[in-house]
Design a protein around this ligand. Structure first.
Ligand SMILES: [Zn+2]
Ligand SMILES: [Zn+2]
Length: 400
């Protein structure tokens, strides 16, 4: 597909040959992302510089034509068979990653760095064929892991029972981790967090986010109770241990990638091929996915181009409508980075978390992610939850 070829070419130019891609897969199945018995799945490799899809792939375990003739015990005619996968659905994702990595290499756009989530078996499969491939942590998963660690610590420290406090610490970590580009940057920024939270601003001087230096006498922490720094010494010790866990891995953290682009594509894909309907049994799914790829890479104006390519009139109405839709998309993208919009997003999140917390109390935790940093299982003994008063600021789930 020319759109993907073009994206590969751009990515290669912009990355000076060190192509970095983010990888993630999606499923065509109603329900949650962690059930693995879907018959069809797709995956994308998205260039880090361009944000465009360089390659996509799709696997299906079923074909309606084959099934029809098998059921009626008639001869299967020649047809465009949609079945291209005979293994388990679980193995689809890593198979697509490996085959796409090979295709990209063959097309002269070998990937050197991959961003993928931490709990997939994909990386180890990739390493078999591509020894030198660098794996980077994915931002969302790192954040979830951190949030979980802080949550576990809140059993022991009442300070961390306040959601605002936990979220503030999490934000400090994420600033440090995403703000730096070199390993040293990240180490320095990480080491600054704990002293800052505990009222020592000596090393905050060169950063803009700490307002202490502007007015030391009236300085208040906006997100800590009473505007005061934390004081508990043993909590400080434990937070320092947590920091050191991340500084020791700052090589994997540097230039932290994000699979957000892939996730946004998955959403686009599900608007073209709703999970409640089954398109995987025919070529329909493939066509619907490639429409989503075009929308991602070219914007809505892909429609007149497709019309032209299939010798249809591009249509004045379609052209003007799609350029309007593209302008809207651009505007929304710009707006989402503004401060007020970000604030609103946080407050909506809080509201949602309140509801979620309410049902968690009723049901108990039903699903939690595993994170590779948390090897220590001794503290994970199940406990009967204490009675919790809800103020609206608590959160069980990290901001992502
Ligand atoms: Zn078939
Ligand atoms: Zn400070």
């Amino acid at each position: 597909m020319t759109s993907c070829r073009e994206a590969q070419h751009q990515e290669k130019l912009l990355s000076h040959g060190k192509v970095a891609a983010s990888f993630d897969g999606g499923w065509q199945k109603r329900g949650s992302g962690w059930n693995y018995n879907s018959n069809t799945g797709h995956a994308t490799m998205i260039g880090k510089e361009t944000g465009k899809i360089m390659l996509w792939d799709q696997r299906s375990r079923s074909c309606k034509t084959c099934e029809y003739h098998l059921a009626n015990q008639t001869q299967i005619p020649d047809h465009l068979c949609s079945k291209n996968w005979y293994g388990s659905s679980k193995a689809m994702e890593s198979d697509m990653a490996v085959s796409m990595a090979h295709t990209l290499k063959n097309e002269g756009c070998e990937i050197k760095v991959i961003h993928a989530d931490n709990d997939a078996a994909t990386t180890s499969k990739l390493k078999v064929d591509f020894e030198d491939l660098e794996k980077r942590d994915d931002q969302n998963h790192l954040k979830k892991g951190l949030s979980k660690s802080l949550h576990q610590m809140s059993v022991k420290y009442k300070e961390l029972k306040q959601d605002d406090t936990r979220e503030y610490i999490l934000r400090c970590f994420m600033y440090a981790i995403t703000g730096g580009t070199t390993e040293d940057d990240i180490k320095v920024s990480l080491d600054r967090i704990v002293p800052h939270i505990f009222g020592n601003h000596d090393s905050c001087r060169e950063v803009t986010w700490c307002k202490y230096k502007e007015n030391p006498t009236n300085f208040k922490y906006r997100s800590l109770p009473g505007g005061n720094p934390l004081t508990n010494e043993s909590l400080k010790e434990e937070l320092l241990v947590l920091v050191s866990k991340y500084t020791s891995r700052s090589d994997a953290i540097a230039e932290l990638g994000s699979t957000q682009a892939n996730e946004s594509f998955n959403q686009m894909a599900s608007s073209k091929a709703p999970k409640s309907r089954h398109y995987g049994g025919s070529c329909s799914l493939k066509n619907r996915l490639s429409a989503a790829v075009l929308q991602k890479n070219e914007g809505y104006s892909y429609l007149p181009k497709v019309n032209e390519a299939s010798n249809l009139s591009p249509g004045d109405f379609t052209t003007s409508l799609t350029s309007k839709m593209d302008a809207k998309r651009k505007k929304r993208k710009q707006a989402s980075n503004k401060k007020e919009i970000k604030k609103r997003r946080i407050s909506l999140k809080k509201k949602k978390n309140l509801n979620e917390r309410k049902s968690t109390i009723k049901e108990g935790p039903t699903y939690e992610t595993q994170f590779e940093l948390n090897m220590d299982n001794t503290e994970n003994v199940p406990q009967i939850p204490q009675q919790i008063m809800i103020s609206g600021s608590e959160s069980k789930v990290s901001m992502s």
